[in-house]
Design a protein around this ligand. Structure first.
Ligand code: HEC
Ligand code: HEC
Length: 239
């Protein structure tokens, strides 16, 4: 019997960034986030053990997929791109491009059973994890006993994904007053926020005449919006 490890993990975040939204029943602990991280990188979660979450959410590409459509088990092609996973603790609204998952823990186990992604059953994953030498102990440290359930898999993955935070970018440093932007960056900033007049005259600019104003949709600290927009992309994004 090992003891539950409830040591909280401190997450670094930029000065001035709002407080993260962490579920009260899933505080970020070292044991849970380490378990979640191991699950995230583990190909055992897929039916033929070739695909992990990281196959489509690669750290080197901001935990996203560089391909337009993600490839799952057996070369199956999905209808959408694996999106960048970061700053989910500041996420506005539902998850997925269309917001159909309301919580991260619910979202996290979805790919396991999606035939175009990991094509596995949760029951099989539970039994595969039970047959390893390290997972039962890690579940025990994370949750207090060694029972492995799909709910706990979801909680651990949620825990880990909430730790993926963009911190101290050049823009964060600019907001903190520690660096200045180049002229070109400053022009982009003004266009993005629809500040003042510039050379972007013509139809399509959403802001005051002559500006673009991306921030009307990409707003707030996280540059996102809880709303869903039809921005005229091709219509067959079904999965
Ligand atoms: C085969 C590729 C693939 C695999 C494997 C995969 N994902 Fe994804 N992921 C996607 C795609 C594509 C989307 C966008 C789907 C949509 O909008 O319908 C997505 C979306 C997400 C989102 C939503 C993020 C947001 O901002 O709304 C999260 C979180 C996520 N995946 C986590 C995971 C986890 C955890 C795993 C492993 C258990 C995983 N993914 C495995 C392709 C994949
Ligand atoms: C009317 C609302 C709206 C405006 C205005 C807008 N966007 Fe977007 N943007 C979206 C939506 C919706 C998506 C997601 C598209 C999808 O579903 O594939 C998006 C996606 C993006 C992405 C891709 C994000 C990712 O994770 O892959 C970038 C980058 C982006 N927008 C930049 C901009 C810039 C720069 C501007 C200003 C020139 C702008 N947007 C103006 C709504 C908007």
């Amino acid at each position: 019997m090992i003891q539950q490890d409830t040591t909280l993990l401190t997450i670094e975040q930029s000065e001035g960034f709002p407080a993260p939204n962490i579920p009260a029943d899933n505080p970020i602990t070292e044991a849970r986030s380490q378990l979640g991280r191991k699950l995230f990188y583990d190909k055992l979660l897929s039916s033929d053990q070739t695909i992990s979450c990281a196959s489509c959410h690669s750290q080197g590409d901001v935990f996203s997929d560089v391909n337009q459509f993600s490839t799952g088990v057996g070369g199956a092609q999905g209808g959408r791109q694996g999106m960048a996973i970061f700053n989910l603790a500041w996420h506005n609204g539902g998850f997925f491009w269309d917001g159909r998952a309301t919580t991260l823990r619910e979202q996290a186990v979805g790919p396991i059973e999606n035939p175009l992604e990991m094509n596995e059953t949760l029951a099989n994953v539970v039994s595969k994890l039970n047959n390893t030498s390290d997972y039962p102990t890690m579940f025990e440290a994370a949750f207090g006993d060694n029972s492995i359930t799909s709910d706990r898999i979801g909680l651990a993955l949620e825990n880990f994904m909430l730790t993926i935070v963009s911190n101290d970018s050049k823009y964060d440093q600019y907001l903190a007053g520690n660096v200045t932007l180049t002229q070109s960056e400053e022009r982009g900033r003004r266009l993005f926020f629809g500040i003042g007049q510039n050379n972007m005259n013509g139809p399509g600019g959403g802001g005051p005449q002559g500006t673009v104003n991306c921030a009307q949709c990409h707003g707030g600290a996280n540059f996102d919006s809880p709303q869903y927009f039809n921005i005229g992309l091709d219509g067959d994004g079904n999965i």
